[in-house]
Design a binder for this molecule. Structure first.
Ligand SMILES: *Cc1c(COP(=O)(O)O)cnc(C)c1O
Length: 490
């Protein structure tokens, strides 16, 4: 048996979408790669900038095609410069990862391979298992725990909470849905909105989420216990406690050891949202201890695209008991039957552990990042960010009229630029400073509302998950805040 494996030449008799001239394509592609490398190497000179109208106009698609040379030139001139800006060393807004250079090369290789990671027997499936297993070990989960790479923590939360519900209701849930069960979940008030969304999607609704008051940044456990008992008496069906490791507004951490104790006593599933904060597991003390007890959770949701610096998008859900995970998602119609050999081998398949059947390759960029840097260097970058937040806090405290709104716990710094003003004036000033600095390209802070001296104040907020930030960037950013504040006040 022999096949002609020669490349498609001028004799092909069918239309193909491959380049007509690979040499021309290659030359443009090399140029584009250099442009990408230049932009990453000089990330400090590429802050966010607004997309001008004429550039947006140039994005319009028409019915006609264009050459690849034209595409490459357009990508370079009109697309590359208008990124979110989170590759910049003074980007501290929201919680954005900064992307490592290995990501660029991995995405190129991944696109070449065009793997479908829903299952079957091929390289990327093995790589994804390796990535999950590495994360499992970092989190202290037992051998044989299960996991899957997903778009982000929001999706990971849906998967984890669905598995938790299935354990509570049994496999009948897959045919009957929630039935008459009035399921309820418990979390501290600062839980991320993605948890609420997950419960809405699951038909439980946001009223099924008990938002508990917090004491010292962690769920008030007496109130949690009382609320569970009350709910049981009233005929509700508690099924999960959600602990937060790194809350998005102020960077607080629930006491996971205590939540694990309560979950055990109450026979409830403990899920941990550790979108960014779970990775303090790799950091030095005192930050590592913030996530003590995470190894006792039933599931963890976290992101590689935030504090593990892997380019977007990639999140992870880990589930302690593989059976819980599989029971909730396995479904294989006959056309997807597994075989013991050949391409349809490779069991277990990832499509039996999540929502997606066809799945892109998220593993390679994560694997490449971990393989290049190792846990130690990644942990050192996380530790450095915590120290930078600490330094930012000191600079804020030392600058006249500036004040921290919340204590700094790990990598978040929330402050007001002028605490001598009333709440309304402060809110307006802080918002204007955030916008002004973003537009000038000097630094990106976002904002959040904090109760400060008994009043709600819109504050400046830095979440430092940035491996490019240097000590001078912290000094420069706070100096830029001060300078703009003084300008706005004359
Ligand atoms: C970002 C974040 C999420 C949502 O994660 P995505 O990856 O954006 O879906 C959930 N929880 C916390 C604490 C977060 O910071």
């Amino acid at each position: 048996m022999s096949f002609d494996t020669g490349k498609a030449g001028p004799n092909t008799d069918q239309p193909t979408l491959d380049p007509k001239d690979w040499d021309v394509f290659r030359a443009s592609a090399h140029g584009l790669l250099d442009a990408c490398l230049d932009q990453l190497q000089n990330a400090a000179t590429h802050p966010w900038q607004p997309v001008p109208e004429h550039v947006r106009d140039s994005y319009k698609l028409s019915t006609d095609g264009h050459t690849f040379g034209d595409l490459a030139a357009t990508l370079q001139s009109s697309v590359l410069p208008y990124a979110t800006g989170n590759t910049h060393p003074r980007f501290f807004g929201w919680v954005h990862g900064t992307g490592v250079a290995e990501g660029l090369m991995s995405e190129m290789v991944a696109a070449t391979m065009n793997s479908n990671c829903g299952g079957r027997d091929h390289g990327m499936v093995y790589l994804e298992r390796e990535v999950i297993d590495w994360a499992r070990r970092q989190m202290g989960f037992p051998d044989g725990a299960s996991g899957i790479l997903v778009a982000g923590t929001s999706q990971a939360t849906v998967i984890a909470l669905h598995a938790a519900r299935l354990r509570k209701l049994g496999s009948a849930m897959r045919s009957e849905g929630n039935g008459a069960a009035r399921l309820v979940a418990y979390a501290g008030a600062s839980v991320h909105t993605s948890t609420q969304k997950a419960l809405e999607l699951m038909g439980i609704g946001k009223n099924g989420l008990r938002l508990l008051p917090e004491a010292g940044g962690s769920v008030d456990v007496a109130k949690l216990r009382a609320c569970i008992a009350e709910d049981r008496n009233a005929g509700f069906k508690p099924f999960v406690i959600i602990g937060t490791a790194g809350s998005v507004d102020f960077g607080t951490y629930d006491d996971l050891e205590t939540l694990a104790d309560i979950a055990k006593e109450e026979a409830l599933w403990l899920h941990v949202d550790g979108a960014f904060g779970a990775w303090t597991r790799l950091a030095e003390e005192p930050w590592r201890s913030l996530t003590d007890g995470i190894d006792r959770a039933d599931s963890i949701a976290c992101d590689f695209h935030k504090w593990m610096f892997v380019p977007y998008d990639c999140g992870l859900v880990l589930i302690r008991d593989e059976q819980d995970h599989r029971n909730a998602f396995a479904a294989r119609p006959s056309y997807l039957a597994a075989m013991d050999q050949g391409l349809a081998g490779g069991d277990p398949w990832f499509c039996d552990y999540g929502v997606d059947l066809s799945r892109g390759n998220r593993a390679l960029k994560v694997w490449s990042t971990i393989r290049t840097h190792g846990a130690k260097a990644l942990g050192a970058a996380i530790t450095a960010n915590c120290r930078q937040a600490e330094l930012m806090g000191q600079l804020v405290s030392r600058t006249d009229r500036m004040d921290l709104a919340k204590p700094i716990i790990s990598n978040l710094c929330v402050f007001t630029a002028d605490s001598t003003l009333n709440a309304k004036e402060q809110s307006a000033l802080n918002s204007r400073i955030a916008q002004g600095l973003q537009l000038s390209g000097l630094a990106v802070f976002s904002t959040t509302v904090a109760s400060f001296k008994g009043e709600k104040v819109t504050c400046l907020r830095a979440a430092i998950t940035n491996h490019r930030t240097q000590t001078t960037d912290i000094h420069d950013a706070i100096e830029a805040v001060r300078a703009l504040r003084d300008d706005l006040q004359v």
